[in-house]
Design a protein around this ligand. Structure first.
Ligand code: NOJ
Length: 567
């Protein structure tokens, strides 16, 4: 057993979606050479580690989430040699490396599947195969999340159906087979022995399916989810991975968990009882549903109240019992400024969003391009979209309607190349990029923001450094003010002194306006404006004088502030 130091609690992570981060060998595809080139940039964000979306060999049906070899790095990303250099160079800069573990499914081109479909042992039962029913019906009513229909695909070779909760090219593994669990453990061990620091585990709560694969309620597009999410053996399998492999390394695990509530999360994460501690953190989706119903494809009007409710629940219910993972963007959602903020007030709303989550308790993640305020991509035709999830949505709708929905909801908005400068292909590559560059790159890019001290990029740098310098952000409690406001998000972080001679950790008051109009707010009781220390955000001389005198903060559209007070 290794000592688990929980180092992730002090860290901030940066997520890289490798195809679109930076092309280092000018073939149009992002790669590890590009990442190595940009390690100093990543370090300059004051983050402590990188989560890589899959780097493994893959046919690319789901941009790497369909893996054909778990123990290698794709040649297009630079292969194992480039990975070893990356790992060495990242560690030399104090940056940890987190890999994506995708074991709910493999690619259909994985050797295991190729042998399984031919019933070659020991692979025969590596996947979930079912014969045709005598009445010709499908094995059950489960849906594929990506194909817009059944989750069963007929295989001519084996003459049976196989289950694929995602794309047809992503057959689900049969985790009930102990041999499959041994394979997962081998994969974990392989990467930990290479020196990686942990795993983000893709839809890991889906790996244990209900016995007998019974029909589910006919939830449109998601039938089955109540039968395979948080399934009967999930805790047992996660414990097995922990006991046999993970506990022998000082590593961290982050579980992607669709439809998880704080109460459910507490059954996976228990800081008090190691026997009930399956994983270290969970990626919940509630903070991504302030403008939609369960999925980005059922859009609603953005509601700050909904967002605050989600934040509040996770901050208060996990406090002292489990650890939060904090995020507002990743490769699966369109850009957050376009969703929850305002493109007109891009920098301002980007800052309001940043303070909204970066000063909560937990480990924050920043997604590539978020730090420069990249916004949604709006191509002129649905035919320009590539993502397997997007292209199968609403296929029978009229083009205009579909395009509007894709502009709003597609993951491709998060997958356009990172905009490094105003030059050719946004500085991403000298070669024609594998995917479209957002047309706004001449205005929105890293180089331009480097030069502007008030840019969102420089704000992120300051905010991340600040959060790490304040123990109250790591350990303090969370209290909210103006809970019912649909325009203002106001929260406090506070804690008792550790001992009588310890320094006063003070209190933090975070105020963010989500309004396009100026707003006013009187400081809550117990906060003396005269003694407020403004750590982040800007007040003009006039604004400040008025504030000190009256305790009323007058804010421009999307004003964002972090104040410190003595306890
Ligand atoms: C969740 C991943 O984040 C997403 O990108 C992927 O398409 C699905 N899981 C399937 O692996």
């Amino acid at each position: 057993m290794a000592v688990q130091t929980q180092w992730y609690k002090d860290g901030v992570f940066y997520q890289i979606w490798p195809r679109s981060f930076k092309d280092g060998n000018d073939d149009g595809m992002g790669d590890l050479y590009g990442v190595i080139e940009k390690l100093d940039y990543i370090k300059s964000l004051n983050v402590d580690g990188i989560w890589f979306s899959p780097l493994y060999p893959s046919p690319g049906a789901d941009c790497g989430y369909d893996i054909s070899d778990y123990m290698d790095i794709a040649a297009e990303f630079g292969g194992m040699e480039a990975f070893k250099t990356l790992l060495y160079e990242a560690h030399a800069r104090g940056l940890r490396i987190i890999m994506d573990l995708v074991v709910n499914h493999t690619s259909d081109e994985h050797e295991w599947f190729q042998k399984s479909r031919q019933r070659i042992d020991p692979y025969t039962d590596y996947y979930i195969w079912r014969p045709e029913k005598p009445d010709g019906k499908l094995p059950n009513n489960w849906n594929s999340m990506f194909e817009g229909g059944t989750a069963w695909q007929w295989d001519d070779v084996r003459q049976e159906y196989y289950l694929h909760l995602f794309a047809i090219k992503q057959p689900d593994l049969n985790m009930d087979n102990p041999l499959v669990r041994e394979e997962v453990k081998k994969v974990l061990k392989f990467w930990l022995d290479q020196g990686v620091d942990g795993f983000r585990e893709d839809v890991i709560t889906f790996i244990s399916k209900a016995e007998g694969l019974p029909n589910d309620l006919p939830i449109p597009g998601a039938a089955g989810i109540l039968k395979y999410n948080h399934g009967p053996h999930i805790h047992e399998y996660l414990q097995e991975f922990r006991r046999d492999v993970l506990s022998h390394y000082d590593c961290m695990t982050l579980a992607e968990a669709p439809m998880v509530s704080p109460r459910k999360a507490l059954r996976y994460i228990s800081e008090k009882n190691p026997k009930k501690h399956d994983i270290d953190m969970m990626i919940q989706f509630q903070c991504m549903c302030a403008d939609c119903l369960f999925t980005d494809y059922v859009p609603l009007r953005f509601s700050l109240r909904r967002l605050k409710r989600a934040f509040r629940k996770w901050q208060t219910k996990l406090y002292g019992r489990a650890w939060n993972m904090l995020y507002l963007e990743n490769h699966d959602h369109p850009r957050v400024i376009s969703r929850y903020g305002s493109e007109k007030y891009r920098t301002e709303s980007g800052k309001a969003l940043a303070v909204s989550y970066l000063f909560q308790q937990g480990t924050p993640f920043i997604y590539q391009g978020q730090e420069i305020g990249m916004i949604n991509w709006r191509p002129e035709s649905t035919s320009m979209y590539e993502d397997v999830q997007t292209v199968n949505q609403h296929v029978n709708d009229r083009e205009k309607k579909r395009l509007k929905l894709y502009h709003r909801a597609s993951r491709d908005s998060a997958r356009t190349p990172v905009q490094w400068n105003a030059g050719k292909n946004a500085g991403f590559s000298d070669h024609e990029p594998w995917f479209y560059v957002n047309e706004n790159y001449q205005e929105i890019n890293v180089e331009a923001e480097e030069q502007d001290p008030e840019s969102l990029l420089n704000f992120y740098r300051k905010a991340v450094a600040l959060r790490k310098s304040l123990p109250v952000v790591r350990d303090g409690k969370y209290r909210e003010y103006r809970k019912r406001s649909g325009k203002l998000y106001v929260y406090e972080r506070y804690m008792k002194k550790r001992s009588s001679n310890a320094p006063d950790p003070g209190r933090l008051l975070v105020i963010a306006s989500f309004s396009k109009k100026p707003q006013e707010m009187k400081l809550p009781k117990g906060f003396d404006a005269g003694k407020a220390n403004l750590l982040l955000g800007a007040l003009s001389g006039e604004q400040e004088a008025g504030f000190r005198e009256t305790g009323v903060l007058r804010m421009p559209p999307y004003g964002a502030y972090v104040f410190h007070f003595d306890s």
